[in-house]
Design a protein around this ligand. Structure first.
Ligand code: COA
Length: 323
């Protein structure tokens, strides 16, 4: 069976770190409130870094880790919802930074916090069709640019960063099953509007818009849909959920992950977390976590691993991998 194997990972976080106490100097909040509701303690924010610089650095590290040369990469997909530029897309800018030749295709995907799993699934479909042979997948967010720094209900939650993976088709291990879903009818729960249209026939009235979230609606969505899509991939793959070694989840909130683990009747120890350090880095959170657990040696050949992302759209999905 042809699978899509992750052969190298990398990540890059911006230098500046803000603690919860730093946040309480900006808005009326406290370390106690943030840590008890979310698990988050610190977050990294882009200062001199950009989305492109973080994405390129994470990609460079993933390629080094995989031993992959720029000429070998024939597809670059960047998952992001907080681009530096409307165009060129981030993937083309990463291509330029890394000297990947024009034989490669490069595009961005906006599936918010589910971006990395959707990108991995897209590459898997291309590999199954025999179209590409080695791909670079990056999740990156400079999401701090979309945040209202006077809104305590959102500004304490998010952080910037990038993670990347190099993937290739393999018979030995990799993606076994995927599930991905979207429900646009619930999209209002988590929104960041673009600037309004302004042209000779339409006048712009709105000021710049920032992330708006119905926290409780998003919480309920995550704790019901995520266990469902995880069950979907393990059932499709014919794998007993107890035989999965690690559940690598989008790092939004510790309480969401605790609830997902409980609903799946799986020990929370199988859910590694780094949201304490980075907050919610949207599309970057899964590849950053993947890089950390990989470098810590927690991923063992032949073991089953589940990835799952969920977020704005609303969108969600899961991947079953044999490592
Ligand atoms: N510090 C202190 N108080 C805060 C606060 C903050 N940073 N943010 C909100 N509050 C206040 C609210 O104003 C509200 O006060 P009120 O009762 O006087 O109106 C109170 O805390 C409770 O707010 P509520 O929104 O009901 O809290 P909650 O228990 O639902 O927790 C979240 C809020 C955001 C932590 C929680 O809903 C959540 O984690 N949702 C999922 C969000 C998420 O992960 N989104 C991304 C998915 S990709």
């Amino acid at each position: 069976m042809m699978m899509t194997r992750i052969i190298g990972t990398g990540s890059a976080l911006p230098e500046a770190v803000l603690t919860n106490d730093d946040m309480s100097a900006l808005v009326e909040t406290s370390d106690e409130w943030i840590a008890s509701r979310t698990g988050i303690r610190t977050r990294h924010l882009a200062g001199k870094e950009s989305g492109v610089s973080m994405a390129s650095e994470a990609a460079r590290r993933a390629m080094e880790n995989a031993g992959a040369h720029p000429e070998e990469i024939d597809l670059i997909i960047v998952a992001t919802c907080s681009v530096d530029n409307f165009f060129p897309n981030t993937a083309c800018s990463v291509q330029k930074e890394l000297g990947i030749p024009n034989t490669a295709a490069a595009f961005d995907m906006n599936v918010a916090c589910a971006g990395f799993v959707y990108a991995l699934h897209t590459v898997h479909a291309y590999f199954l069709a025999g179209i590409y042979k080695k791909a670079l997948i990056v999740g990156v967010e400079a999401i701090s640019r979309l945040i209202d720094w006077t809104d305590r209900s959102t500004c304490v939650l998010f952080g910037d960063g990038a993670g990347a993976a190099v993937v290739e088709p393999s018979e030995e291990g990799g993606v076994i099953c995927i599930s991905q879903h979207a429900d646009g009818s619930l999209g209002d729960a988590l929104v960041c509007e673009n600037r309004e249209i302004e042209n000779p026939v339409s006048k712009r009235e709105q000021q710049l818009s920032y992330i708006k979230m119905n926290g409780q609606a998003v919480f309920k969505f995550a704790v019901t849909r995520v266990p469902e899509c995880i069950h979907e991939v393990v059932d499709k793959g014919g794998v007993d959920i107890n035989d999965v070694s690690l559940f690598l989840m989008h790092q939004a909130n510790e309480r969401i992950l605790q609830s997902v683990a409980k609903r799946l009747k799986v020990d929370i120890a199988k859910f590694p977390m780094n949201l304490q350090k980075y907050g919610n880095t949207s599309a970057a959170s899964l590849p950053i976590l993947l890089d950390e657990v990989s470098r810590e040696g927690l991923l063992k050949r032949g073991e089953y691993v589940v990835l799952s992302g969920f977020g704005a759209g609303l969108t969600w999905g899961a991947t079953l991998l044999k490592w």
